[in-house]
Design a binder for this molecule. Sequence first.
Ligand code: 5AD
Ligand code: SF4
Length: 525
Amino acid sequence: MSTKENQTDLKSAKGTKDYSKYFEGVSYKVLEETETLKKIRVNGREAVVFSEPAYSEGKRRGKEEIQVLGFEGIPEDMLGVGTGKKYAIYTYGCQMNTHDTEIMAGIFEDMGFTRTDDEKKAAVILFNTCAVRENAEDKVFGELGRLKHLKLENPELVLGVCGCMSQEEAVVNKILRSYPHVDLVFGTHNIHRLPVLLRESFMSKEMVIEVWSKEGDIVENMPKLRTDGLKAWVNIMYGCDKFCTYCIVPYTRGKERSRMPEDIISEVRELARQGYKEVTLLGQNVNAYGKDFVDRKYGFGDLLDDIHKIDIPWVRFTTSHPRDFDDHLIEVLAKGGNLLEHIHLPVQSGSSSMLKMMARKYTREHYLELVAKIKKAIPNATLTTDIIVGFPGETEEQFQETLSLVEEVGYDLAFTFIYSPRHGTPAASMEDNISEEEKKSRLQQLMDLQNRISRQKNEELRGRVVEVLVEGVSKKDPDVLSGRTRSNKLVNFKGDPSMIGQFAQVRILEPLTWTLNGEAVMEVE
Ligand code: 5AD
Ligand code: SF4
């Protein structure tokens, strides 16, 4: 199943020839056009486009077999190019991006670069971006604008944009039009080509654009720079085929494709051997794991069952979709041990008719049944969720159904969002008939309710002793240690710094809404 890909040659980049839509509204002059690239001049800056984002391609779901590619390593002429140079990566969005940043950092370090947080010292600055809501995008454009002066002071600086925003046609268009000081744009499918793209960027004065709009492959053996030695992210699958009507992810991250179980298991075993205490299995939709396998029947429950046998103390996973949460998975999770009882189960809305408009493929009743099943099998389960308010057409009554569901489930935590229209998604063309004021008021009501419930849930822990993985000293007080419980709650307590990296038993003395304050105890109760 494994094929190699020519990494060292930009001419192998996939190009499409219809640029008309892509450059809509941008006045540009074509300088050169070949089979594989196009050179254009826009706003006084030349850009070389090897391939560009195209939604029509990004949303395609064909029958082709998923390719598992092997990372070829750093091209010889790029080894050592970073010696004495620094890179900075700013990461936005979900854990998938956090982990992609670890991969890019690994690639940079293999080229000899070292990391810096000081943008003035960086030879390369990358923005690893998120496209899920407009405010995340606005922040990135704000930062790109702010960094213009750095480019003027240091014309050698390479300023790059990658991640989900790069996969959007409108974003690349806007960069060409209004941010000509950006040097490099690449997407979520071609991170492994970073050395080649950097080479091109160092050698030329042109803006380099290579975004692959495809269903996606899997690239194994990528370098990864994991720095904390304690907690590690492990991808188990990529992409999403759910196409919820509000969501951009299926367009930016491609189709659902699972890594081979043996690759995941050997990565987790290796992390255990290195002394990692916690792994988080990552995917846009982790419990759709394995659905794409043609040669075997092996799902997320089977994978967790196998990881359960590995000697790694804590195993988390995110994110799961209620539709794919099957009985076998619940059965395996109920075994406990290293499988933590924290389940993040985004509901999005408590109204069945809203869920239908969102194309979530479950009803309120189905969701509540699932929650009841989970609570029965795993009595100490902690549930968290994501909720959107102000989806087009959401009535007051439908919003009230969300509030009542939140009350009924009793989440420990909820991430709450105002709906943000995403260009190219079905919901973006639905009539948005709710005022900004109303949306903000609904969000506030929901947050007030959830805060009250979170506080109550934490109150139940008063006086109890919980197990905490000690991560470091508290940001607010250097005499206080902080860490997380099995259910991912943040705990602050007085203790000896030698406990960092270890598990501690902590008695909860002061439960707050989002954190718990406590004291270390010597014995488990
Ligand atoms: N507007 C608001 N929130 C969104 N999410 C995804 N797309 C949108 C959107 N267009 C939220 C969902 C998802 C979380 C990661 O982001 O709640 O679960
Ligand atoms: Fe987006 Fe829905 Fe896929 Fe989650 S399941 S990534 S919300 S399309």
